[in-house]
Write a protein that binds this ligand. Structure first.
Ligand SMILES: Cc1ncc(COP(=O)(O)O)c(C=O)c1O
Length: 156
């Protein structure tokens, strides 16, 4: 809105970059994907969380704000918890799901499903899941595909 020409240029450059690193078409603007440049990972997490929050509140009403739940795991970078606080999500609604050495500290889809299920039963609204490919402390890699299936089932 504030600078359409710069935004256009940013979109084009991001598209070039996506092609250069051979991302699948679905990640690119021409395939309903696309992205923007952010200064840091912390900033990127906060922006995506704020966008998800606003989309959910527009859909279900602002009175749901206190019910929104964000999921990470015990290996997630502290950037997520920081974003949760800045985005005004109740800190008690930040769920750091436990991981196990037997799963190489990746987030187990069944653990996520159990946690989300319990929250829905308690009247909470699952909002956002942060997964990681290569955590800072243990280099854990989350099984993104199966986790996305759980997220889809609960409209996260
Ligand atoms: C997995 C992960 N997430 C988030 C961050 C935070 O990154 P930034 O300092 O770019 O905000 C880091 C930084 O090391 C990281 O390793």
């Amino acid at each position: 809105m504030s600078s359409p020409a710069a935004t256009e240029l940013e979109c084009i450059v991001i598209y070039w970059l996506g092609e250069m690193i051979m991302l699948p078409k679905s990640f690119l603007f021409k395939g309903n994907g696309g992205g923007v440049l952010q200064g840091t990972t912390c900033e990127a997490i906060l922006c995506t969380l704020a966008a998800a929050r606003d989309q959910m509140l527009n859909r279900y009403g602002s009175e749901k704000m206190e019910k929104l739940v964000v999921y990470g795991f015990d290996q997630t970078h502290s950037a997520l918890q920081k974003a949760v606080q800045i985005a005004g999500i109740h800190t008690k609604n930040f769920q750091a799901i436990k991981t196990m050495k037997s799963n190489s500290f990746g987030l187990c889809p069944n653990s996520l499903r159990d946690a989300v299920h319990a929250d829905v039963k308690a009247g909470l609204v699952p909002l956002f899941l942060c997964t990681t490919v290569g955590t800072t402390s243990t280099n854990a890699i989350d099984p993104i595909g199966p986790l996305c299936e759980v997220a889809k089932d609960f409209n996260i």
